[in-house]
Design a protein around this ligand. Structure first.
Ligand code: ARG
Length: 400
């Protein structure tokens, strides 16, 4: 008896996931492997990948077109949460994992499989995100992670694959490990493993080097409705198209490059390079619109919620009760986050330089230093007396 009879495997077309196919069958006695490749707008052609899986021994090779759901159901809620892990990483890879897990579970249920599998190793966050999400969505499915157990080096993996007709990578394979989707790219390993090494220009694909960005700034007006991006420069766009266009515009100005040492859930510090031009610009714009439309207390309280939300998404708890509760809070705060933010892209910076909203809480007659001033200056005096009272009593006591 093998570990499972029928398995749905998350498939990327790379050597590791390809080797999972014969490995599951030969070593773990799986009778049939169905692969699933998700189109998340990464721009790869999935036809050849589909064929690759069949050549490697897959019974069936599925492709799921999931770009729209990725942006609408995963990226946009994260924008409403201004989600930045450790204040910097906009979770472009992390957000894709719960969606892929959902697609795997749906396929497993449709094909009556008893397990799902993925090619993650034992050192990263992604294994946690897959395992926990799959379990949350269907606790009766087994999760198999061959690469976590097989203990083969890169060379051994390639050699194993060759025995089962999986061609070894043609070009000298890149030293980097790269994850790509419509939200951006995550790049690690190779020379980046030394945190002192500046990333070579070759790692970037979506963002221009500052030395090559235009010498004139570019302005883009981003429209939001209830915290969701809906328009660029006054033109209403579907979510996927909006992100695509903004990646171009912001990327051209070098916006969205991040070089950081991050704390993985499994206790390891890792050096990762990210580029996420649209996502970084959208979070900056969204946060700015909130500053105009949320009351001070909601805005301040939300900062803590955003921090919890970002950690939870990073740590694989997308389908958890706490996540649902945070979603409810965030959703409630977004009811009046509607308006337009004027962004200025220039030399790697995405700066909000103007904002307006029908729900603006900015009161000109209160803010002005001019003659229309409506603020009751007398009232400030009594307020400050009461506000400062505890401090005054404390200070007097010290002097007794
Ligand atoms: N560190 C990022 C995360 O945990 C990205 C992981 C994938 N990165 C990669 N280069 N393959 O979300």
């Amino acid at each position: 008896m093998g570990r499972a009879k029928k398995v749905v495997l998350a498939y990327s077309g790379g050597v590791d996931t390809s080797v999972c196919i014969p490995y599951l069958k030969q070593e773990w006695g799986v009778e049939s492997v169905i692969t699933l490749a998700a189109d998340l707008g990464q721009g790869d052609e999935l036809g050849p990948i589909q064929k690759k899986a069949l050549d490697a021994g897959a019974e069936e090779s599925l492709v799921a077109d999931a770009t729209q759901s990725f942006i609408e159901d995963y990226a946009f809620p994260a924008i409403q949460a201004n989600a930045l892990y450790e204040n910097r990483y906009p979770l472009s890879t992390a957000l894709a994992r719960p969606l892929i897990a959902k697609l795997l579970v749906e396929a497993a249920e449709r094909y009556d499989a008893d397990a799902v599998a993925h090619g993650c190793t034992g050192k990263g966050n992604d294994q946690v995100r897959f395992d926990v999400s799959i379990t949350a969505l269907n606790p009766s499915l087994k999760v198999l992670a061959p690469a976590r157990e097989w203990g083969m080096s890169r060379e051994e993996t390639i050699a194993y694959g060759e025995r089962y007709g999986i061609p070894s990578p043609v070009k000298k394979s890149s030293p980097y490990s790269i994850d790509t989707n419509l939200l951006g790219r995550s790049i690690e390993a190779g020379p980046l493993e030394d945190p002192w090494n500046e990333p070579l220009e070759e790692v970037y694909a979506l963002t221009a080097a500052i030395a090559k960005t235009p010498n004139e700034p570019e302005y883009v007006e981003i429209g939001f409705e209830k915290g969701l991006p809906t328009a660029l420069n006054g033109k209403t766009l579907a979510p996927v198209e909006l992100v695509r266009q903004l990646n171009q515009t912001a990327g051209r100005h070098g916006v969205g490059r991040i070089d950081m040492i991050e704390n993985r859930l499994v206790g390891i510090k890792s050096r990762e390079i990210y580029e996420a031009p649209a996502l970084i610009a959208l979070i900056a714009a969204h946060r700015d619109l909130e500053s105009l439309t949320l009351t001070a207390d909601v805005s301040h309280y939300k900062r803590g919620i955003e921090e919890s939300y970002s950690q939870l998404v990073y740590n694989g708890l997308w389908y958890s009760p706490l996540k649902q509760a945070l979603d409810a809070f965030i959703g409630q705060t977004q009811q009046r986050v509607t308006g337009v933010v004027r962004m200025k892209f220039f030399k790697g910076i995405a700066a909000p330089v103007g904002r307006k909203s029908e729900f603006s809480l900015y009161a000109s007659d209160l803010a002005t230093y001019g003659s229309e001033d409506a603020f009751d200056h007398k009232a400030a005096e009594g307020f400050i007396y009461v506000w400062g009272l505890p401090t005054r009593v404390w200070s007097q006591k010290l002097r007794e």
